[in-house]
Design a protein around this ligand. Structure first.
Ligand code: GLC
Length: 547
């Protein structure tokens, strides 16, 4: 298998508005990131992925871009960005940008032109349709609004938006749109950025003829939100091929596609060797289990992806991002076993096949925030879900209970640096509340504690750099049917690593698949257990063995 830097990478996601504020306006910024680069270098991560930092009206926290080649003043200046890039590179790390080109902001100059008249040169940059039988052109629902169509009075037509109405979808069928995208990608690559995380990139190809969804209505207003219909459409790879030919192949960069509803079969179209249109994708089969989550299902999904992609295309691992609640609250135990379970999840993330993505604060075991009122939420998605739940007859308490499990705002609360006011994130008023547990859970406290989640992550990431089997080793699972433990090996030539994880708060016994007695390399308790043919794992215990 070809060895590349992005397969060996540990990628750290920076949601910059919540990372570090440097000027007291309550919003994280680029100088703030620069002041924390030493922390990131010491953590050992090798690539930083920056959420959108471009000018934006911020309807969807920067995912509605009004200028692709600028820096939002609230985050700093282009000089600040250039300094961030240089300082990141100087520390031996790389920087990956968010590429959001399924849609723009409705404040983008292209859209402002497009809506002016039907014969405007920019008209065809977006997807406009006349009314059908006096209403929307089809029954599509959007992520953040009931209908995916918005009527525009100036020209008497509707435009398509799969997200907010302030996020009109670009018309990728228009070659001029594609040329604009290649140009803006080159703008950043020529500056020296090391790749792109591509926002909802498998939605850029719409189904031919924009047919009605056959799904029953999925929202109170009667529209059908049908991501299967919007995603992975035939012809998508032609866009990727053109992107590769026109831009990517001239640079040594990585790309990761955010691809909802992707199956291993679709993924192989995108990441399959030797064509390899994208380096890797994010799939959502695990996070989408939601209330149906069980460890056997999790393990089956991992097994399926490992089997289907092994030797054929690369993959990624993530347990959370800025759109998902905190992983220690979802998959671990954010109460009594918070430290152990946060370390266990990190162990799993760095030892399963694929490049691991660590979301800011995950290395501290940051947990969900106990929001008590809808006014404490910021996210457009939370507000939409809340209104739909109320419309469906739920009480405010019931609606809040749903949001408190899944809201994207859990991930977005400020980074917990220390025990001072606002967790050391800002000297002003933070744009989103700080999780009140910051007085206990913060980077400064963990720095001086050898058994902290933070110090464990440092050892874990260092181990991944020393042991190629953690990256390139073949994956074999044992005890597959069990929901209480996760046991697997990664084998590369003579090197065999065994991972034993207890997924519960009770002791669990496992039979060791190794011949001979394995030697512990890393354990999330201060002392590693003694191993013989069987092993009793303590609650949420994780051990990596040389086997
Ligand atoms: C992606 C982003 C999410 C955003 C959406 C629309 O899913 O991760 O935050 O709301 O795309 O751009």
């Amino acid at each position: 298998m070809e060895r590349t830097w992005w397969k060996e990478a540990v990628i750290y996601q920076i949601y910059l508005r919540s990372f570090q504020d440097s000027n007291g306006d309550g919003v994280g910024d680029i100088p703030g990131i620069i002041s924390r680069l030493d922390y990131l270098q010491k953590l050992g991560v090798t690539v930083l992925w920056l959420n959108p930092c471009y000018p934006s009206p911020d309807v969807d926290n920067g995912y509605d871009i009004s200028d692709y080649c600028g820096i939002a003043p609230r985050f700093g200046t282009m000089e600040d960005f250039d300094r961030l890039l240089a300082e990141t590179h100087r520390r031996g790390m790389k920087l990956v940008m968010d590429l959001v080109v399924n849609h723009t902001s409705s404040e983008h100059p292209w859209f402002k032109e497009s809506r002016k008249s039907k014969d405007n040169p920019y008209r065809d940059y977006y997807i406009w349709r006349p009314a059908k039988d006096g209403r929307e052109p089809n029954n599509w629902g959007s992520h953040f609004t009931p209908s995916a169509w918005e009527y525009d009075e100036t020209t008497g037509e509707y435009y398509l938006h799969l997200f907010a109405k302030e996020q009109p979808d670009l018309n990728w069928e228009n070659p001029a749109v594609r040329r604009e995208v290649w140009k803006l990608m080159r703008f950043w690559l020529d500056k020296g950025v090391d790749g792109f995380r591509m926002d909802v990139i498998n939605l850029i190809k719409k189904p031919a003829g924009l047919p009605d969804s056959p799904k029953a209505p999925t929202c109170a207003e009667g529209y059908s939100f049908d991501c299967e219909l919007y995603a992975n459409n035939p012809g998508l790879c032609d866009f990727f091929r053109e992107m590769d030919r026109e831009v990517l192949r001239d640079y040594d960069v990585m790309t990761v596609g955010e691809t909802a509803r992707v199956t291993p079969e679709f993924a192989l179209d995108y990441v399959g060797e030797p064509e390899r249109l994208l380096s890797m994708v994010f799939h959502f089969q695990i996070v989408e289990l939601r209330d149906g989550f069980t460890w056997p299902k999790f393990k089956a999904i991992q097994r399926m992806w490992a089997d289907k992609l092994w030797g054929r295309g690369w993959s990624s691992q993530f347990l959370q991002n800025h759109d998902q609640p905190r992983c220690v609250s979802v998959y671990g135990d954010d109460g009594a076993y918070r430290t152990q379970s946060a370390k266990l999840l990190g162990t799993m993330l760095h030892t399963l096949p694929g490049t691991p993505y660590v979301y800011q604060g995950e290395e501290l075991g940051m947990a969900n925030t106990p929001f008590t009122d809808i006014s404490q939420y910021n996210d457009i998605n939370a507000k939409f879900d809340y209104s739909e739940l109320i419309a469906a007859g739920k009480t405010p308490q019931q609606a809040l209970a749903v949001l408190n499990r899944y809201s994207r705002d859990h991930a977005r609360t400020p980074m917990q640096w220390d025990a001072s006011e606002n967790a050391g994130f800002t000297s002003g008023t933070p744009w989103l509340m700080v999780n009140p547990d910051y007085v206990r859970v913060n980077a400064a406290a963990q720095e001086s504690d050898p058994d902290s989640v933070l110090n464990y992550y440092r050892r874990l990431i260092a181990l991944r750099k020393e042991r190629p089997a953690m990256v390139y080793g073949e994956f074999t699972e044992y005890e597959a049917g069990r929901g209480d433990v996760y046991v697997y090996t990664r084998t590369l030539g003579d090197e065999r690593l065994l991972v034993t994880l207890n997924l519960t708060g009770e002791p669990a016994e496992v039979r060791l698949p190794a011949e001979g007695v394995p030697a512990p390399l890393l354990c999330n308790y201060p002392d590693a257990p003694a191993a013989d043919k069987t092993l009793t794992l303590r609650p949420w215990e994780a051990v990596i063995w040389n086997a």
